[in-house]
Design a protein around this ligand. Structure first.
Ligand SMILES: [Zn+2]
Length: 443
């Protein structure tokens, strides 16, 4: 099945162009489903029912609206009535980086797909829940990344008492990631309060605490890929491998209402083919509606190649000059991929200037995640990784690797002058220990 997503339609010119091209698109792209984002298709902002009807008449199957939906309230009843819309749950401000979608069934049950947290700024900003937590009956989590899961503890804190389902490995990863996120929330609140006290400001509460995270973790129920199960009356669900992160899923939902069954697929974040460690994304054969992520929707990725050789050359060059290599990395997923390649590099003796080089993973979260990655991954690993394990090797450990824990250990790395590799978080260098490593190694 092929779905074509036509991104933001803006203003009159954009609208005319898309309307003109819509009938040709189905033929040209061999599309089964065409989705058009109409949020700005009128002058300036918004879209009117008349314009929406035009899009549907010219061949769009599904319309989406995004950030500006609050300026177009009159369109919602029209689109809902026509069952042709996907919209973010908590408008008015559907900020990016907080993936989730929600839909309501005729039987009154409400299912939430993902419950993400926006990171990197004041966590109280844009991260409150704009709906009563008990409005939701079920939460299905596609994968452990915080932008898809990080507000689960908030949901629980505010009184959610439905069910939360995800894959077994996602649940394991969430058990370290949600605790880590709570730790950050508590730390941030502390910092604010110390600063605020001096200025005579009232104390702020963390968005959620470790206790809330623990409670959310306790509520996780696990399913495995391929299980087809009844979520509630009239609703069947299946998680399939999205190939994005260990345990990541697409969620297939079959909803039967008034004797008619429709299938809705939520893609979650989708992985590329031929990545190390994880399996390729599995294909979804059919759907009536697909709600999908589109982070790299404007790019064709080449199949990824092993970068072990290029990485080894770079390490060799830097070590020959006596330097350190500092790698900012996401704690879960990217760090383990790096370790996977570094193990190969060591095994094959690809770094000649310093074959016994040391590697430090300096991020408590990355260390915890690496332990989970080294556990029982039956049903999650790709064939190459299984072959490594069957050959008696551990995927992510090798001589010279240290997972540091305390801040003292972390700081001690700055005093050790031997060339080494330091892998640290955060991946975007905006928080975490990576910042002091960059400071010590660049200045
Ligand atoms: Zn993700």
């Amino acid at each position: 099945m092929k779905i074509v997503y036509c991104g933001d339609v803006v203003g009159r010119a954009g609208r005319d162009a898309v309307l003109h091209n819509l009938p040709l698109m189905r033929e040209k792209y061999k599309a089964d489903v065409i989705i058009v984002n109409v949020e700005n298709a009128a002058h300036g902002f918004g879209v009117t029912p008349g314009i929406a009807r035009e899009f549907l008449e010219r061949g769009a199957d599904l319309l989406t609206t995004g950030n500006h939906v609050w300026q177009q309230r009159d369109i919602i009843p029209f689109l809902d009535e026509n069952k042709r819309i996907i919209r973010p749950l908590n408008y008015p401000d559907s900020a990016p980086g907080r993936g989730f979608a929600e839909f309501e069934l005729l039987n009154g049950k409400k299912i939430l797909i993902d419950c993400g947290l926006q990171q990197g700024k004041d966590e109280h900003d844009g991260n409150t829940l704009d709906f009563a937590p008990n409005y939701i009956d079920y939460v299905l989590i596609t994968h452990a990344h915080i932008d898809h899961s990080g507000r689960l503890p908030l949901l629980v804190k505010e009184g959610f008492n439905g069910r939360i389902l995800t894959t077994g490995l996602t649940a394991q990863l969430l058990s370290v990631m949600l605790r880590d996120s709570a730790h950050i929330q508590e730390g941030d609140a502390n910092w604010h309060n110390q600063k605020g006290k001096r200025a005579g400001l009232p104390p702020v509460e963390p968005l959620y605490t470790l206790m809330d995270a623990e409670e959310a973790i306790q509520m996780l129920e696990t399913v495995e890929y391929g299980w087809l199960f009844d979520l509630c009356e009239g609703v069947k669900v299946r998680f399939t491998d999205a190939g994005h992160l260990l345990g990541s899923s697409c969620v297939e939902i079959w909803a039967t209402e008034n004797g008619v069954t429709k299938k809705i697929v939520f893609s979650g974040d989708l992985g590329n083919e031929a990545q190390p460690i994880i399996r390729d994304p599995s294909f979804v054969d059919e759907a009536d509606y697909v709600v999908m992520e589109s982070t790299y929707g404007d790019r064709n990725h080449e199949p990824p190649e092993s970068y072990a050789g290029a990485l080894a050359d770079l390490i060799d060059e830097v070590f020959a000059k006596g330097g350190n290599i500092v790698i900012p990395s996401f704690a879960v997923g990217r760090t383990q991929e790096l370790l996977y390649y570094l193990r190969e590099i060591k095994r094959d003796g690809l770094v000649q200037s310093l074959p016994s080089f040391k590697v430090y993973v300096d991020s408590p979260l990355a260390s915890e995640a690496t332990k989970i990655y080294s556990g029982n991954l039956k049903g999650y690993l790709d064939d190459d990784a299984i072959a490594v394990i069957q050959g008696g090797e551990n995927l992510f450990t090798f001589p010279g690797l240290t997972l540091t824990q305390s801040t003292e250990e972390s700081r001690a790395l700055n005093d050790d002058k031997t060339p080494k590799i330091i892998i640290s978080a955060s991946g975007m260098c905006d928080a975490g220990r990576i910042r002091h490593h960059l400071k010590h190694n660049l200045w």
